[in-house]
Design a protein around this ligand. Structure first.
Ligand SMILES: Cc1cc2nc3c(=O)[nH]c(=O)nc-3n(C[C@H](O)[C@H](O)[C@H](O)COP(=O)(O)O)c2cc1C
Length: 180
């Protein structure tokens, strides 16, 4: 599948088939995130990969998202803004920490989709509970919880969204000249 088709077909998914994902695929997914562009070339984010059923269940509760524990694995992406302070001020470090993680997560979602896998980006999580469950130090911020697995059956767990038309969000040359 070409990249545009992968982008068009990717959908958020919250429940998964029990079919296991090969370890080399998991590694490639993580590597796709590592290869993302990063502000100043500083890749300050790290991953915690969870496969243990009890922990996945806890994560599902902490994120208030039922069924994500059905995923064979969950990636938690964490970032440490202080690592960006070597070249950026505090404000930029805080912003770039979010942006670097976001683009890395998008690589994960797209590469997973290209592999026939479903995924979700869950940003809403109780930081302190997650920190304590996974032993994440206080200087790291949890940026995303990403369950990944094969789809359970046609469309299960997929949410419907309405996208804006391109012309509604595109301006040509100047803001007051909307695309038609
Ligand atoms: C920054 C960001 C944060 C998100 N946080 C959550 C979340 O906390 N919980 C959740 O169920 N989905 C979350 N999502 C998934 C969105 O709800 C989903 O992408 C959106 O509804 C569009 O659906 P689609 O991904 O299938 O196109 C998040 C997505 C993004 C990009």
């Amino acid at each position: 599948m070409g990249l545009y088709d992968v982008i068009k077909n990717r959908k958020t998914m919250y429940s998964f088939s029990p079919k296991q994902v090969k370890e080399e695929t998991i590694i490639d997914i993580l590597d796709s995130a590592r290869l993302a562009p990063a502000a100043g070339g500083v890749h300050e984010y790290e991953f915690v990969v969870i496969t243990e059923p009890k922990k996945k269940e806890e994560i599902s509760k902490i994120c208030l998202t039922p069924n994500i524990n059905s995923a064979p694995f969950i990636i938690v992406i964490i970032c440490n803004p202080s690592k960006l302070r070597t070249i950026f001020d505090e404000e930029d470090s805080a912003t770039f920490c979010i942006e670097n993680a976001a683009i890395a997560i998008e690589n994960i979602l797209l590469f997973a989709a290209e592999q026939g896998l479903g995924s979700a980006w869950i940003a809403t999580t109780q930081q302190e509970q997650m920190r304590s469950l996974l032993g994440i130090p206080n200087n790291y911020i949890i940026r995303g919880v990403i369950p990944i697995g094969y789809p359970s059956d046609a469309g299960a767990g997929i949410i419907q969204t309405s996208l804006p038309q391109l012309k509604e969000i595109t301006h040509i040359e100047s803001f007051n000249n909307k695309a038609v």
